[in-house]
Design a protein around this ligand. Sequence first.
Ligand code: ZN
Length: 226
Amino acid sequence: MVLYRLARKVNSQIKKYKKYQNGRFLSPSRRIEFVNPPHEGRFVAMTFDDGPTTLPTTSDPTVGLTDSILQTLSKYGAKGTFDIIGTTAENYPDEAGTAGDFSWSGVHYDHYPKFDCDSSAGAVNCPELVERIIAHGHEITSHTYSHRLFGPMRAVYGDRIHFTELEQVVTDLERLDAYMLGKFGYKMRLFKRSGPLRYPWIQTGIMQTLSFGKNLRGRWHRIHSA
Ligand SMILES: [Zn+2]
């Protein structure tokens, strides 16, 4: 009976610990609404994908989109997460797609900030914006170098060109990782994939190959400290 009570006590402590940890770690592929928030305080996590970019905002053509986000975050003393790309400039030959369709930024690949304007986005093309993001103390995560699909998803993307081998994905990720480290001395700890993930082996392989963070079971990544 004593042993039983002790086991129950230990079990409840383990459950409590797991519940606590649940709010502090994000799977790289888990949607944010599935994650419990930290238990103390109130937090909003904001992520900004596919940049940085010098392309102007729609409301004010004199201000760049990333610049505007940085200014707004500064105004409220807030920190955000920028899921950056390297560049989509190599994603050609391609044809312009249709607005309102998955192909809005290109039929065969993605192009940021828009088709034929690749040089206005990405860490490689906008290094001064990366420097500002770092200087302002925001988090930068890898959103892949070229923003290509990790696998097919025909219902959404039709025949869009995608990676077929783990090696291609790893090379793409390592490229941005090396660039960020070499150019800015910045080590990205998190990664957000670019599009659907159809091959679980790609995710497992990525986690085993790259050490973006192996602090919990080798596949969970710490988010901003709560
Ligand atoms: Zn994206």
